[in-house]
Structures are given as structure tokens and as C-alpha cells.
Ligand binder design. Structure first.
Ligand SMILES: [Zn+2]
Length: 278
């Protein structure tokens, strides 16, 4: 099946609260989620997914407000449809992730990520050949910590949340205590083992998220279940602290250690470089 010709079935879109839409891609095993946040005068699209479905027409079916595309970071499953918005929307990313966005994702790399083993449901064995490359995009601007997006009756603030990657950001709506936690916190395997991951930075990020005031009421992540239980935030902070203080992993395979905490786990490159107890 060609996902672009069956858009309705590639995405699963829901309005979680007035003006807050989750756009999930349930048939790829990352189950990545982009979010559309609409106010009275403008809208923010947080991330653009894998690039498999036609995200632009999906968004056009939800809003015709002026749109700003904010990218949490430049991993392939968050930037896939960015090129569809080039020339018609602001495209913003943290400076530390900009080169990765400009580079795009080659057909060779994408073929691996979109292999049939990653697909299910109506897309099991799908031909996704038309999606097998993510074009590089020049951002129209950059985001930084503390920057706000005024959408009329609502305001989103940028939080710097590096660790999973440098240049990862989250969005925070203080008035409704809604945290869009992107790849910094979700109920699944938290990846801190990649070349671009940084454990001390990740720890500082979890500390920031678990200390937000007011306490997050609604946590909307890019993977796992959405919403995520906000009570996991302090547990993730504590899990990261124990890990960095020499706790032994639950398992180690292929130079990756897994620290299992039930609803979530933390994956780190093993052995740990330069950590206490390592
Ligand atoms: Zn990522």
C-alpha cells in the first residue's frame, strides 16, 4: 500500500484537549507523535514525523491558521515531512541540530529504518519507496531556551532539554501545565547510548522537567503513550541519578546497557565512560 494515497490510515489524529492535536504514526514501530497546537491567532506544529504520510494535507485538514514548524531535534522520525512546509511556514530548530536538518536522510539510511520489519497493520509489507529519502531543509530561524511562541490566547515556551541529542528542545505551556516532552521523556526505552547522546546533560534535563513549576498536569511525549503519566518524571530523574552513581544494569547486550524501571528503561553505551563507579 502506498501511504500517500491512503493518508487517513497512516496517521491517527486526535484532539486531546481544545486546540491540542496528537498526530501519531501507529503502523511504524517508533509510533512517533507530532503535535499541532492551535491558538486564536496562530498554530505551532511540533515535529513532522517520518515523512511517510502526507503530513501537510493532514495539518491543512485541522487548521488554516498561520503555522510555525518547530522541530524538537533532527532525528529522522521527527523531520520527515519538514520539506513539505518549506516556503510557506517558518521552520525553526535549535542551532546545534541545524546541520543535521540541512543534511537530510539518505535513501540508504532510510531504507533501514522503514524496512518491512518496522511496519505493521495495513502497512505490513508496504511499498514505501516514494518515502525513501528525507530532503535536507534550510531552517528559517532558530530556537533558544526561554523563547516563547504567542498564539493569541496561548503561549508556548522553549525548554532546552539536551541529552538524548544536543539541541533537543521541549515545549511548555505554563498556563495549562502542559509539557510537550518530545524525546526527553516518554514511557519506553529512553535512548542515551547514541553517538550524539550526553548522559550528564540528560540527567540535568530530567532534573529540569521533574522540577517544573507548576507541576506538569499533562505530559505529551513523542513516543510511547500519550499522555504519559507525569509521576514518571521524578522517577526518571532518580533512575538517571542511580545509574550515574554506579548502579548495575538489568542487562547488557552489544555494548548497550539497559536499566529497566518497569514503565520505562534507560539505554546507555556500556561501559560508561567517565562515570562514578564505572
Ligand atoms: Zn530522537
Amino acid at each position: 500500500m502506498d501511504a500517500r494515497n491512503s493518508n487517513g490510515s497512516w496517521f491517527r489524529t486526535a484532539e486531546l484537549e481544545p486546540g491540542v492535536f496528537v498526530i501519531e504514526e501507529p503502523w511504524h514501530d517508533e509510533r512517533v507523535k507530532s503535535y499541532l497546537i492551535t491558538g486564536s491567532t496562530g498554530a505551532v506544529l511540533l515535529d513532522t514525523g517520518t515523512g511517510v504520510g502526507d503530513l501537510r494535507s493532514e495539518i491543512q485538514g485541522l487548521t488554516n491558521l498561520p503555522l510555525t514548524v518547530v522541530l524538537s531535534h533532527a532525528h529522522w522520525d521527527h523531520i520527515g515531512s519538514t520539506h513539505q512546509f518549506a516556503g510557506e511556514a517558518e521552520i525553526l530548530i535549535h542551532p546545534d541540530a541545524a546541520d543535521e536538518l540541512r543534511a537530510g536522510v539518505s535513501q540508504k539510511r532510510l531504507r533501514r529504518y522503514l524496512a518491512p520489519a518496522h511496519l505493521s497493520g495495513p502497512f505490513a509489507g508496504a511499498d514505501l519507496s516514494r518515502s525513501l529519502a528525507i530532503p535536507g531543509v534550510e531552517p528559517t530561524g532558530f530556537v533558544e531556551a526561554g523563547q516563547t511562541f504567542g498564539l493569541g490566547d496561548r503561549t508556548l515556551e522553549v525548554l532546552d532539554t539536551p541529552g538524548h541529542t544536543a539541541g533537543l528542545i521541549a515545549l511548555w505551556e505554563r498556563a495549562t501545565a502542559t509539557l510537550f516532552s518530545t524525546d526527553s521523556a516518554y514511557d519506553g526505552a529512553l535512548y542515551a547510548q547514541m553517538d550524539d547522546s550526553d548522559l550528564p546533560a540528560y540527567h540535568a534535563t530530567l532534573d529540569l522537567l521533574a522540577s517544573l513549576e507548576p507541576r506538569p498536569r499533562l505530559v505529551l511525549p513523542a513516543h510511547g503513550n500519550s499522555p504519559m503519566d507525569p509521576r514518571l518524571l521524578p522517577r526518571m530523574r532518580e533512575a538517571m541519578a542511580s545509574l550515574r552513581h554506579g548502579q548495575q544494569p538489568s542487562s547488557v547486550a552489544d555494548d548497550v546497557a539497559t536499566f529497566d524501571h518497569g514503565e520505562f528503561s534507560i539505554l546507555v553505551a556500556w561501559p560508561l565512560a567517565g562515570a562514578a563507579g564505572a
